[in-house]
Design a protein around this ligand. Structure first.
Ligand SMILES: Nc1nc2c(ncn2[C@@H]2O[C@H](COP(=O)(O)OP(=O)(O)OP(=O)(O)O)[C@@H](O)[C@H]2O)c(=O)[nH]1
Length: 485
């Protein structure tokens, strides 16, 4: 596994970088979509607000117009007996009522807040009991007041928004005024006509936090306080339009909500976009990418694993083909390949090249005395000694039986003899092979040395000369080094 990681770590790292980059990119895109939706929700709430404002602006103009036509002394002290003036006033109010859609009635109030004339309703003489009545100080000159009236507060028994334009003296004494009764059903109808996507919401709230109209319609909630978190955006607490993500207090759905004040009038408009719908396309794309990326990762890991397996298999085959099974050093074919390559190179670049031929002395005796398995152990031990004694650039191999060779690149005769002698000593002085009965089988080796000369036409020839030198070493008493040069 660790080899797999080290071989393919770069690719896996690249995959994790791409994965991280995709995650960050998707996260940023999601944030951007939410931010844009927040802005859009604010814009839409302002748009709704400006339409609401327009309705009240028109009403306000009409109220101003009516108040301009009033005779403060006569009209605001009118009694039901003053029939002629009453008819005249009713005519004005009725005519004006025609000009604005969504108004239920107009009423003129006297200084005691009693209705002295109306366009339609029969409530003459009734005290409206508005908040500016009852001797409280009002603004000097004309001022506008808006108030939601629930069905049980209303003299008509129907909920409405009262828009009043009143007159005050310079000392703030209420002189009377005109009231427009705005039909909330119209606001509800009007808000329902605004296009919304599935699960989006629209709402209008008054300055006291009461719900005036909403989409989808919830008649039971109209005129009641809006629950948190919308309620925290009561008129007096916000100035600038604001947006947030919340779970609706009505249906529990998560929404991106924009809230803004209606300009000049005490209303708040709320627009909520369904969170899931806003992010639907993004989520779809994210899952597409995530699935694609996951499949790519799985595919990459499978492909890399099989590639890795193939490489390991090839490496195993190569080792099997080039390594001697008993000793784990180069086998005859491999050492001959290396020898041929070194021979060509030495010839071409006129380097020196030497070979050693080793043979365990009296090996037949070892086999006969202790058996073949012990003989094998001796062969393995010699291979081990060769490996640890040879220099990095030297290559040892087993030619067969108890015969070994060591190829010494860039090594002349004297150097080769020194190495051979060192090897001979190492073998002769080695611990030997320790048997179960504590018998120690020691052994020696004879070594033939040959160094490349001009007459050698192949590596094989060089090896034959080393073999001749080995034969000489055997003849001269074994456990010795002889050279053919
Ligand atoms: N245990 C074991 N013996 C082997 C292997 N290959 C060859 N032999 C034996 O090695 C012995 C080689 O002996 P010889 O070539 O006669 O020479 P020697 O006894 O080593 O005598 P000198 O080389 O003259 O010192 C033979 O008995 C072979 O059977 C092997 O892989 N394992």
């Amino acid at each position: 596994m660790s080899k797999f990681l080290s071989d393919y770590g770069a690719l896996l790292l690249l995959l994790s970088i791409v994965g991280t980059w995709l995650t960050v990119d998707f996260y940023q895109e999601r944030e951007q979509i939410i931010e844009e939706s927040k802005k859009l929700a604010i814009n839409k709430s302002q748009l709704v607000g400006s339409s609401v404002g327009e309705l009240f602006l028109v009403t306000d103009y009409v109220l101003r117009d009516i108040i301009g036509r009033l005779d403060v002394v006569k009209d605001l002290q009118l009694t039901s007996k003053d029939n002629e003036r009453n008819i005249h006033l009713t005519a004005i109010l009725s005519e004006k009522l025609e000009t604005v859609t969504g108004l239920r009635d107009f009423a003129v109030l006297d200084r005691d807040c009693r209705i002295v004339a109306t366009a339609k309703s029969p409530f003459i003489g009734v005290n409206t009991g508005q908040h500016f009545c009852g001797g409280v100080k009002v603004s000097p000159g004309q001022s506008t007041h808006i108030k939601y009236l629930s069905a049980d507060q209303s003299i008509s028994g129907r909920s409405a928004v009262l828009m009043s334009r009143i007159l005050g003296t310079a000392d703030g004494i209420f002189l009377g005024g005109v009231v427009a009764v705005v039909d909330l059903a119209l606001a509800q109808k009007w808000i329902e006509a605004i296009h919304t996507e599935a699960n989006d919401v629209l709402a209008i709230m008054d300055a006291d936090g009461l719900l005036l109209a909403n989409k989808p319609a919830q008649p039971d909630a109209i005129g009641k306080p809006v629950p948190v978190p919308m309620a925290q955006f009561f008129y007096s607490r916000i100035n600038d339009p604001t947006s947030f993500i919340n779970n609706s207090p009505y249906d529990g759905r998560r929404r991106i909500t924009g809230v803004s004040k209606v300009e000049r009038f005490p209303f708040i408009t709320i627009v909520g976009f369904d969170y899931d719908r806003v992010l639907k396309a993004w989520r779809y794309r994210m899952w597409q990418f995530a699935t694609g990326f996951l499949l790519l990762c799985i595919f990459a890991v499978i492909a890399l694993r099989s590639h890795h397996e193939a490489l390991c298999q090839r490496e195993r085959m190569r080792k099997l083909a080039t390594t001697d099974a008993l000793t784990n050093i180069a086998n005859r074919r491999h050492i001959m390949d290396i020898g041929n390559r070194e021979f060509t190179r030495a010839r071409r670049y006129t380097h020196s090249l030497s070979v050693l031929m080793l043979d365990i002395d009296k090996f037949k005796f070892i086999n006969d005395r202790w058996g073949h398995p012990v003989g094998d152990r001796v062969i393995k031990e010699l291979a081990n000694l060769l490996t640890i004694t040879a220099r990095d650039q030297d290559v040892s191999g087993r030619l067969g039986g108890e015969e070994f060779t060591v190829i010494l690149p860039h090594t002349d005769t004297s150097g080769a003899k020194i190495i051979a002698e060192r090897l001979r000593v190492v073998v002769a002085e080695a611990q030997g092979v320790n048997l179960d009965d504590n018998t120690i089988v020691r052994f020696t080796a004879s070594i033939g040395v040959a160094t490349l000369n001009v007459e050698d036409t192949s590596f094989d020839m060089l090896l034959q000369r080393a073999d001749r030198a080995l034969y000489k070493a055997k003849e001269n008493g074994r456990n010795r080094v002889e050279s053919d040069n």
